[in-house]
Design a protein around this ligand. Structure first.
Ligand code: HXC
Length: 264
């Protein structure tokens, strides 16, 4: 049962990149459950269709509809087409969630330039591409709402994450810059920085079986987060409850990164 009003996003239309799995899928489901029509993007159409089927089975609500558009955020033309298709289908677009990301564990010494570049291309340049694609529409309708999914890796020197840390640091910079440049067009730009979240590809790769207990012990809230807890923060950020919030990066990690120097 959501703590938000069921129709809080009535009349809104959202595009969620990376909406075919993990945190992006839960964000898409949550926005739709609260009344928004939602386009989801990902590389493979069948995975998008499966996600929409899963959402339909679990969302017992009268919310907005969902549709999937295959597009790789690394391809500016493809992402522009996905934006245009969403506007054509639902008549407008008011929310962009940049949730597409790629990651793996690799030490800097052996990571190839292409490996580094691939993650920067997906996480950082992909976010830029999608923001650019929605901007003319948001400007012309005098408003819009962007939420970028960041991380906390980049606050410290996280081993084996030079590629993702560099990309997410860029996402944070991009969030702040666009909030300033596009604020006069009534476009809010914020980010959510999740910590360890259960049931995600990220955690499956970064915290394989056996590491979870060790990691959990160091989290002040003594548990991993849930995908729904990230989606609810996104919902807050696209709702009128945060109407004066822009350029903010909301850390949702059970205070994990702040506790890195806790020895007792
Ligand atoms: C070292 C690797 C590697 C690995 C790929 N590469 N995996 N290097 N260790 N484990 C290198 C390849 O060798 C290649 O470089 C380059 O990266 C591109 O690899 P491709 O497989 O061709 O790329 P692509 O098919 O585009 O796949 C992108 C991907 C993949 C990122 C590598 O894992 C992917 O599509 N991931 C999407 C799903 C995902 O990862 N989700 C989790 C996000 S978690 P060379 O030099 O050989 O050509 C997240 C959370 C962050 O973002 C915060 C957590 C707390």
């Amino acid at each position: 049962m959501s703590v938000f009003k069921a129709n809080i996003l009535d009349g809104q239309v959202a595009l969620v990149t990376g909406g075919g799995s993990g945190i992006g899928e839960t964000i898409a489901a949550t926005l739709a459950a609260h009344g928004a029509h939602v386009g989801i993007c990902g590389r493979k159409q069948d995975r998008l269709d499966q996600a929409i089927e899963r959402i339909a089975q679990t969302n017992n609500h009268q919310g907005g509809s969902l549709f999937g558009i295959a597009a790789d955020v690394r391809d500016p033309d493809a992402i522009q087409k996905a934006v245009d298709a969403t506007i054509e289908r639902f008549g407008r677009l008011s929310i962009l969630i940049n949730s597409a990301a790629g990651n793996f564990l690799a030490p800097a010494a052996t990571l190839s330039p292409n490996g580094f570049g691939t993650v920067v291309d997906i996480d950082l340049k992909g976010t830029f591409n999608a923001c650019k694609a929605v901007f003319p529409h948001f400007r012309d309708q005098n408003g819009g709402n962007i939420v970028n999914i960041s991380a906390t890796l980049q606050y410290l020197g996280t081993q084996m994450q030079i590629h993702a840390s560099s990309a997410k640091a860029g996402v944070d910079a991009l969030t702040r810059t666009l909030a300033v440049e596009w604020g006069p067009a009534n476009i809010r730009v914020n980010a959510v920085a999740p910590g360890p979240i259960d049931d995600t590809a990220g955690m499956a790769k970064l915290a394989p079986k056996g590491m979870k207990d060790k990691l959990t012990a160091k989290i002040p809230l003594k548990r991993f987060g849930k995908r729904q807890e990230i989606a609810d923060t996104v919902l807050f950020l696209v709702s009128p409850a945060s109407s004066y919030t822009s350029g903010a990066i909301f850390v949702v990690d059970g205070a994990q990164w702040l506790a890195m120097n806790t020895y007792v």
